[in-house]
Structure formats: structure tokens, C-alpha cells
Design a protein around this ligand. Structure first.
Ligand SMILES: Nc1ncnc2c1ncn2[C@@H]1O[C@H](COP(=O)(O)OP(=O)(O)OP(=O)(O)O)[C@@H](O)[C@H]1O
Length: 452
């Protein structure tokens, strides 16, 4: 039975959590003070410590170092208050497995504990071999490869929506700008659903040539057309029992839209060249970064299909809308890059942190990840310096330095007004020009009180 220690000065909360974890088959000790915890970690080997970051008379980060010094294998999850993201990032740099912000639900903490403990077991079995390829192969399970939930309001809402919709069988339409994490969200929905032990099949509809789309979706039998040299199953059959994720759904041809709708309604498909009907049980999750309602209005996307795939919709916030999460994501991508490139860069210079805050990040998380990976590759010292960033990223800093009296808000307002004029006050078009979602544009118009 895994041995856990909870360090938390709020005695009532601490005991409640202890009871809950004992009910879930953990052997749990508690400490209400850091001093008591320091004695306990020397007396007992804990598999995992769950510690509050803010303890009276003792620094939470110091306590984390104490725990790791006594037993480096003990996994540590830190519990933080809403505004303590800075210390959460610091704690993860110092070796904490993860952080959880209060308030949290019993399920959330249970999931994190399970994940931390499974990581511990894997590390122990893998460590005897120092072969690089083996370490690499564990990356899927590593803390670096988990997804960041975020602490901003927008991220919290997203996590809540995922949790709500995942266990249902509803079709989910995920919208959001490019690189915001639509596929990651689709996978999270699958992983939290009862279909999680079946396949998650991701298909980029924009990348399938129209001519072979039918065979790609539904499969074909040998000899049904030139090039069909053997029987092939399609994405629907591959995803049977699981989830089919259709990215860039707006790119499907009209004919393919009809076929897709039929398959969804009848829950049956036929391979190209075959008359045999095959039952399929597939949950559909789709994503788009274009405005599908506009495509429906223009007649480019079938309304019936739109309603079929849009039983529930989730909008992924842009990186700008989840700005408070930026340090968390940056640190996460830094560790991921260190791992994949075999580097040990510790962090970012203050100047780089400032540049990151000022830059607009039109490519969202994907851009942030790429910029950091490139910078890590170019960095020989301990910290990423400005010189390791691509020009377009630090240019944003240059312009703000040049225009000392020109605030970011003024600049943004001017850009919005210009885009609106340019698009004849069509908000969808203006949002596209600005590379933000329509909703963000509306929010900004309200925020700046623009009288349009
Ligand atoms: N919550 C997250 N935590 C960690 N990494 C993330 C998270 N969300 C997205 N990423 C990373 O950001 C990158 C972009 O994510 P993803 O491919 O899911 O975006 P997308 O919106 O589907 O992109 P596109 O619009 O180009 O299809 C990926 O490398 C992914 O691993």
C-alpha cells in the first residue's frame, strides 16, 4: 500500500483529505507543521508527499528541497493558492512532480496521485538501464509529456467543460485558433471517457485529397479501384468502440459531408467496392479554426451535419486569453525541450520573460513550444537569452521600447480599429485579420469600450 504524507496547516482540511485517501487504499500520515514533517520524512520512507506551499514559519520551497534530500525518489505534489503560480513553477523546477491549485476536487487529487505514483514505479524500473533510447521511450508517460491544465479562469473553465462532457457520448465541436491545443483537448476528452481503452483515431481532413477521402474514411476492398491492391479498413472501423477525431472538419468536400452524415446517422458503413454493411460505434469529436456558422450561412457546410457534430461545443482560449498560464507553459516546454535535446537549460533571462509577456503569440502554444525548443538548442549557458529568440518575437519588445509612451493597450486598440475598417466592420473578417477568435474580438471591443 503506497505511503503518503500530507503537510497542511489547515487541520480540518488535512484530516478530511486523509480520510478520503485512506478510503482509496492509501496509507496516509499527516503533519500540520513543517517541523513535524521534517521529523516524519526522516523516520518513514514516503512514496508521495502532498504539501501546502504556504506553511507558517517555513518556506514551502525549502521543505521541498528537504524532502528530496532525504529521499529523491519521493514524489511531491504541491498544493498552491490561486495566485501562487510563480511558486508552483519554482517548485516544479526544484523537482516537484506537479502542483494542484486549491480548491480542488477529490477526483482531481486522486488522479494526480495515481499519475505521480505510476511515474515513480516506471522510473525505478527504467533507471537500471542508462541507454538513451529507453529513457526516450518513457517520455509518453513522463511529467513533461502530461498536459498543462493552467490556472487562468479561461483554462479552469476549459478543464471543467472537458470533465463534464468527456463521460457522455455527445459529439463535441472544438473551436479555437491554430495551435491552441484542439487535438490535445480532443484526446483529453477521449482519455476521460469510457471509451479510453479503445482507439483514438485523429484525422486531418484538410490533408486528405477529395478523391480518396471515401476510402480513407470507410475503407475499401481489394480491386475496387486502381491502386486498391489489398483490403483496407478505414478510419471509422479503426476507431470502432473509441473516438474519431476529425480535425479541420470545415475542409471536407460537400460529397464527403453527406457520406459522413449518413455514417453518423445510421451508425453503419460500407467499404468502397463492398455491399456489406458494417456496424460502427464511434464517438465523433471535431475541430475547426474557421467560423463554421459562417460556412453554413454561405452554404459551404451542411447545416444538418453541423448540428450533428455540434451537440456540445468547446472553445479553446488563445494564449493571450490565458496569459496567466504563460510561465507554466513556458516552463513545461523548456523541460520538454531539455529532455528531447539532452540539454540542461534552467530557465529564461528576465529580459526574455518580459519579451514573452509582450509578444502577441499568433501561433499560440505551438509557436511558444517551437520558439522555446529552438532557443534551448541555441543556448549554451544556464538561461535562455534574447539572442536565442527568433527576430519576430523580440521585435515586439523593440517596438515597445522605442515607443516608450505608447502603451500596449493603445497599440492594440489601434490595431482593432484598423482591422475593423479594413474588413468593412465585418467582425469575423476583422478577427481573422487580427488572428484572434471572434469572441476575443467582441471581448476586446467591450473591454476598450469601442463605440462602433
Ligand atoms: N494543455 C497543454 N499542455 C501542454 N502542451 C499543450 C497543451 N495544449 C497544446 N499543447 C501543445 O501545443 C501544440 C499544439 O497543440 P495542438 O496540436 O493540440 O493544437 P491545435 O489547436 O490542434 O493545432 P491546429 O489548429 O494547428 O490543428 C502541441 O505540440 C501540443 O502538444
Amino acid at each position: 500500500m503506497p505511503k503518503l504524507l500530507i503537510i497542511e496547516d489547515d487541520a480540518a482540511f488535512c484530516q478530511m483529505l486523509q480520510k478520503f485517501l485512506i478510503r482509496n487504499d492509501y496509507d496516509v500520515d499527516v503533519s500540520f507543521t513543517a517541523q513535524d514533517a521534517k521529523i516524519k520524512i526522516k523516520e518513514t520512507t514516503y512514496n508521495l508527499v502532498l504539501t501546502d506551499m504556504r506553511l507558517p514559519n517555513y518556506d514551502g520551497l525549502q521543505l521541498l528541497s528537504d524532502i528530496k534530500e532525504v529521499n529523491p525518489k519521493t514524489q511531491v505534489i504541491v498544493m498552491t493558492g490561486y495566485a501562487e503560480v510563480g511558486s508552483a513553477v519554482e517548485a516544479m523546477k526544484k523537482g516537484a512532480y506537479d502542483y494542484i491549485s486549491k480548491p480542488f476536487t477529490p477526483e482531481e487529487i486522486l488522479m494526480q496521485i495515481k499519475s505521480a505514483l505510476s511515474q515513480e514505479v516506471k522510473e525505478q524500473t527504467i533507471n537500471p538501464s542508462k541507454e538513451n533510447s529507453k529513457v526516450e521511450s518513457t517520455e509518453v508517460e513522463s511529467p513533461e509529456n502530461k498536459v498543462v491544465a493552467g490556472i487562468s479562469d479561461a483554462s479552469k473553465k476549459l478543464t471543467e467543460y472537458i470533465k463534464l462532457v468527456a463521460p457522455t457520448d455527445m459529439s463535441v465541436l472544438i473551436t479555437g485558433e491554430s495551435g491552441t491545443g484542439k487535438e490535445v483537448t480532443a484526446r483529453a476528452i477521449h482519455d476521460n471517457s469510457k471509451r479510453k481503452d479503445h482507439s483514438f483515431v485523429a484525422v486531418d481532413c484538410g490533408a486528405i485529397p477529395k478523391e480518396i477521402a471515401t476510402s480513407e474514411f470507410f475503407g475499401h476492398i481489394k480491386g475496387s479501384f486502381t491502386g486498391a491492391v489489398e483490403d483496407k479498413i478505414g478510419h471509422f472501423e479503426a476507431a470502432n468502440g473509441g473516438t474519431l477525431f476529425l480535425d479541420e472538419i470545415g475542409n471536407l468536400s460537400y460529397e464527403n459531408q453527406i457520406q459522413l452524415l449518413r455514417a453518423l446517422q445510421e451508425r453503419k458503413i460500407k467499404r468502397v467496392g463492398s455491399t456489406k454493411e458494417i456496424d460502427v460505434d464511434v464517438r465523433i469529436v471535431t475541430a475547426t479554426n474557421e467560423d463554421l456558422t459562417e460556412a453554413v450561412e454561405k452554404g459551404n457546410f451542411r447545416e444538418d451535419l453541423f448540428h450533428r457534430i455540434n451537440e456540445f461545443s468547446v472553445e479553446i482560449p488563445s494564449l493571450e486569453e490565458r496569459f496567466e498560464d504563460l510561465p507554466l507553459f513556458a516552463d513545461f516546454f523548456l523541460r520538454k525541450a531539455n529532455r528531447s535535446l539532452g540539454k540542461k537549460v534552467e530557465g529564461f533571462s528576465e529580459e526574455v520573460e518580459e519579451i514573452f509577456k509582450q509578444y502577441h503569440w499568433p501561433g499560440n502554444l505551438r509557436e511558444l513550444q517551437n520558439v522555446i525548443k529552438r532557443a534551448v538548442l541555441l543556448t549554451n549557458g544556464d538561461y535562455v537569452e534574447k539572442e536565442a529568440l527568433p527576430k519576430e518575437v523580440h521585435k515586439s519588445k523593440v517596438s515597445s521600447v522605442k515607443n516608450d509612451n505608447f502603451s500596449k493597450a493603445d497599440y492594440e486598440k489601434e490595431q482593432i480599429v484598423r482591422a475593423l475598417k479594413q474588413s468593412n466592420f465585418n467582425k469575423s473578417k476583422a478577427a481573422k485579420l487580427l488572428q484572434i477568435t471572434r469572441k476575443t474580438l467582441y471581448n476586446k471591443i467591450n473591454h476598450y469600450n469601442l463605440d462602433l
